[in-house]
Ligand binder design. Structure first.
Ligand SMILES: Cc1cc2nc3c(=O)[nH]c(=O)nc-3n(C[C@H](O)[C@H](O)[C@H](O)COP(=O)(O)OP(=O)(O)OC[C@H]3O[C@@H](n4cnc5c(N)ncnc54)[C@H](O)[C@@H]3O)c2cc1C
Length: 448
């Protein structure tokens, strides 16, 4: 057998199947085996809140089925097969299969085990009716339950909690979001949190911040959520949305180097501290293009790119994932929220001298009948180098954040942004786009 002819992939969703597919495209002769603990591969978790909102079919989120991978791409997908141990010395993965334990030898290995939802150790957490939304199986569960549910408490006011608040409210349920931090989307600016709060409350969604969940109560199924002050919120379903943690235990036990949040450290080729082992997606770090440090920002956009990179690298190509700048976007209740790069606090922590300016502007030109509003906060180093942006509002958010993200990726400056020849027509933006005004404001602050 030629060198690197057996590749094992652990985890079969975004990163794992992107890697397996890319590798097979480039080197069809390589034997690729995917070990997947669950019963699904290659699905889009990101779309699940929208499927729920629109009464869609959860199965539509499957991009390619396990059977299609086997038949059309000649990838040996093993479902319900959980990797238990990686023996780096003899290059073997031991896994629990439906027929008992089995050994899977590898020349190269990809760890694409993703992340798991945080489940707080609360009294009543195991009651029927309490569930996160992470895997497709969770999506199926919510899809079935939503028809009978009436009152849902969402624990966690991050982006998944807020996307689901919109979806469940749109389906006619009574929704309360409970957030332990003093405000929703607590890592964002206070103004963004306030905008999110207004958007939710505007749709009749109740929000309780600065209070934690003490217990979940019910006889045989969830009936109420008890808050730290003793208040009881009636609930027949509870969504847990308090974040995720990387599934990196296999890597840790095998002695691979871990980084921020315990995610597996990878380089630009998605290689770990073992030259034969790669890691990609939510279980791994990615090089941050601004700080130059490994960062853990678990997103589907990154998982797909890292998976493709790992596939190329395992095929022996000069693979290079440029890295991330942390661009993220979500929408809830008519408002779109996006960030890229570093916040002021993160910039300070990374040793920059940040200067920031915020512009509140219209999304259309003067005289248009239905102009929306947007807030653009731009952050730059005193040297002029762009460091980040937070943009939210009614419309046009994606185009603006992507413009900043593109410049961040190439080390652009506020002057570069201010000089950018942005498109203009009255229904799409004012002639002076809020992004350009923000760039000029930051440049003035730096100059002054
Ligand atoms: C509701 C929701 C909305 C989202 N929205 C967005 C969005 O809008 N934009 C965005 O960029 N991202 C979004 N994300 C995040 C995105 O879905 C994830 O970043 C992406 O799925 C990560 O892919 P992955 O392949 O790294 O990991 P996962 O999707 O977590 O897959 C890992 C797989 O590995 C398997 N596995 C784990 N351990 C083992 C083992 N020991 N043996 C075998 N198999 C194992 C698991 O069963 C799992 O199937 C969202 C996520 C959710 C849940």
């Amino acid at each position: 057998m030629s060198q690197n002819s057996r590749v094992v992939v652990i985890g079969g969703v975004a990163a794992g199947m992107s890697a397996a597919s890319q590798l097979k495209r480039l080197r069809p002769e390589v034997e690729v085996t995917v070990l997947e603990a669950g019963g699904d591969v290659s699905y889009g978790a990101c779309g699940m809140p929208y499927v729920l909102e629109n009464r869609g079919d959860m199965e539509s989120q499957i991009v390619v089925t396990a059977e299609q991978f086997r038949q059309e791409r000649h990838i040996d997908v093993r479902l319900h097969t959980r990797a238990l141990k990686i023996d780096r010395l003899v290059q073997v993965v031991t896994a629990q299969t439906p027929n008992g334990e089995a050994a899977f030898p590898y020349d190269q290995l990809l760890i694409a085990t993703g992340a798991r939802p945080v489940i707080p150790p609360l009294p009543g957490i195991d009651l029927p009716g309490v569930r996160p939304l992470k895997a497709l199986e969770d999506g199926r569960w919510w899809s079935a339950q939503i028809r009978e549910a009436q009152r849902v408490v969402i624990v966690g006011g991050g982006y998944i909690g807020l996307e689901m608040a919109q979806a469940l409210q749109a389906r006619g349920l009574s929704v309360t979001v409970v957030e332990q931090a003093p405000r929703l989307i607590a890592r964002w600016s206070e103004a963004a949190s306030t905008a999110a709060l207004r958007a939710l409350e505007g749709r009749g969604i109740k929000v309780r911040c600065d209070v934690s969940v003490a217990a979940i109560e019910g006889e045989g199924k969830v009936e109420a959520v008890v808050l730290s002050g003793g208040e009881r919120l009636l609930a027949d379903r509870v969504l847990l949305a308090i974040g995720v943690r990387p599934n990196s235990e296999l890597a840790a036990d095998a002695g691979l180097t871990l980084g921020p949040a315990g995610a597996i450290i990878t380089d630009h080729a998605c290689r770990t501290s073992d030259a034969h082992i790669f890691a990609a997606g939510d279980c791994a770090t990615a090089p941050h293009r601004i700080t130059g440090q490994p960062a853990w920002i678990p997103l589907g956009s990154t998982a797909n790119k890292q998976g493709k990179t790992a596939g190329e690298a395992m095929a022996g190509q000069e693979a290079g994932f440029a890295g991330i700048v942390g661009t993220a976007i979500f929408e809830t209740c008519g408002q779109v929220f996006a960030t890229t790069g570093l916040s002021v606090a993160q910039a300070q922590e990374a040793g920059f001298d940040p200067v920031a300016a915020t512009v509140l502007g219209a999304t259309q030109a003067h005289g248009m009948p239905h102009p929306g509003r947007t807030s653009v906060t731009l952050i730059a180093d005193r040297s002029g180098r762009l460091l980040g942006a937070e943009i939210y509002g009614d419309e046009g958010v994606k185009g603006r954040i992507d413009t900043v993200a593109a410049l961040l990726g190439v080390g652009g400056t506020v002057t570069d942004l201010g000089d950018t020849d942005l498109a203009y027509c009255p229904p799409q933006s004012p002639v002076w786009d809020p992004l350009l005004i923000a760039a000029h404001k930051v440049a003035q602050k730096i100059g002054g």
